[in-house]
Design a protein around this ligand. Structure first.
Ligand code: FE2
Length: 145
């Protein structure tokens, strides 16, 4: 089971909220995989995911533009690559008979999730933290000497 940690925070509440939902979705996928098998788990995981992730990535890139994040182009390319891999898996799943062996698809999906969380979220998304506007109260004024 994956657990969202403070070290994964981007410093932006809406982006963090979307990422917590994504982590919960991965955990739900693993539970369904154990309880109902690969076909049901992959189907559940993919349903509506491409659309939701497109919205999340769009929101994230808007936040990046607003705070002049300096790695926007490279980050956009990472988003496009993740969406491309997700679309490939979705197309493969839709073309596959329900009783087929889902081993290859499961392997591709596990690799995508691993890259997404351990590379994109943990290494690239967190870089936003230095640029996102701080949501906490400002530091108290210094006492005058
Ligand atoms: Fe991102």
């Amino acid at each position: 089971m994956l657990v969202w940690r403070e070290a994964m925070s981007t410093g932006h509440p809406e982006v963090d909220k979307a990422q917590k939902r994504f982590i919960a979705h991965i955990n739900e996928f693993e539970t369904t995989l154990r309880n109902a098998g690969a076909d049901a788990a992959i189907g559940m995981f993919l349903t509506g995911l491409y659309e939701q992730v497109s919205i999340n990535f769009g929101r994230e890139e808007k936040v990046q533009r607003e705070c002049a994040f300096p790695f926007q182009d490279a980050h956009h390319r990472e988003h496009a690559a993740l969406l491309g891999r997700l679309a490939d898996i979705q197309n493969l799943y839709q073309a596959m008979p329900h009783k087929a062996d889902h081993g290859v698809l499961l392997r591709d999906l596990a690799a995508l999730i691993k890259d997404w969380v351990s590379h994109h979220m943990v290494q690239s998304d967190v870089m936003l933290r230095r640029y996102a506007p701080h949501q906490t109260a400002p530091h108290p004024a210094r006492a005058r000497p």
